[in-house]
Design a protein around this ligand. Sequence first.
Ligand SMILES: Cc1ncc(COP(=O)(O)O)c(C=O)c1O
Length: 464
Amino acid sequence: MSKPIKTSWQSRTRDEVQALCMQHNFWTWSAQAEVDPLPVERAQGVFLYDFDGQAYLDFNASVMCVNLGHGDGRVIDAIAEQARTLAFAGPHTATRVRAELGRRLAELTPPGLDRFLFTLGGADAIENAIKLARGHSGRAKILAGYNSYHGATHGALAVTGDSRRLAWEPFLMPGVVHFHTPYPYQSIFPAHWQDSDPARVASDYLDYLEQVVKSEGPSTIAAILLETVVGTNGVLVPPDGYLQGVQELCRRHGILLICDEVMAGFGRTGTWFAVEHWKVVPDLMVMAKGLTSGYAPLGALAMTDEVARSFDHRTYQGGLTFNGHPISLAAAIANLEALEQDGCIDHAHVLEPVLLEQLESLKSHSEIVGDVRGIGLFGAIELVEDRESRKPLERVPDGIPALKYVQRLARERGLFVSGRGSILLVVPPLIITPEQLREGFRKLDACLQDLQARVMDPGSVQAL
Ligand SMILES: Cc1ncc(COP(=O)(O)O)c(C=O)c1O
């Protein structure tokens, strides 16, 4: 009989865990000596718990992915059952879980998107989207938004528009052209600062994109890639007409449309996929995060039959050992079933007014909040030095990044928040109750009052 694996490490204390993690772990997206990881022992529902039993309301669904909430027994049982039956089968096996997840996803995705390549996460789904678009069209260029994030691998980072890309230039994948997407509050069109009528914003950004396409040469462009609703760069909801216009432009020039729904998908915006708000059907759609609610790593690339057929008699050169891992597929099936059973997608839609009301209230009594935006349970708070200049508030006077400062204050109050630069995000699990949402905002409000005092009068508040 095999011996049980030793589990003495499971009783390590907070300090031991912290010390070992600092000693052996190399942290992503961090300066190694400056990282301050949240100690997490367990999680349940909308709460994370540290080793002393302190609860943190999870206002970021961990990494904007735990849509179903933490510790759901239905998903955990499905994972355990799959591990007992068939823990692993390679990418070229026909398994029950592969069959079932494909069937289910095809019912949820927009009509026509019913072939799936299962990946390990969002970035490698983006990599495959780029390959398929290029392989299908025979064209090289990918156009992507400046205000975007698509992942950290070399191709995904090359299409990413925000500053995370800059650290690795010029060593990234060639053939990418960036363009500006609608951002009324910080618009590249000065007129939008006074008049941000959605129809005008949509048409100005569409006219500009048409110019970019013309200048690049439409016949050289394989695809236009967009986050359907821009996520970490500030929950930028496209004005009505914009995505429809991009789709029309793509069709006119034989350019594929790729929508990245890694963050916006699986109920985050109050519909299964954000494209549904504008009735847009892309040629390729990228998913991850909420696909398993984080219970196991998985991404997926949905494609039309037309794109898939390009490779009917031509080998698709691409794939990883763990593509379509049975445990991840089982987690996704149970997660989708649970999201449906619990009405999480409708719940996100129903709670949108509460989110918007709370965001507006925050803005109404905080001078450093320049703009707030939201859709479903996807919210953003844009911090500014002053409302007149709209200059992003990146740092508090003593040089600490504003986000880090707020995160520390929030941690003291039992709230876990995240964001990027001057943007705070509100991305809770979709099972959050209205009262929990309000409670999170009360805590956030107190943090912002503290931050504001520090910005306006640096001496008045004790340094953290
Ligand atoms: C919109 C978007 N696309 C792609 C990715 C990359 O996903 P992953 O981290 O699973 O590689 C992310 C991750 O945050 C994302 O937000």
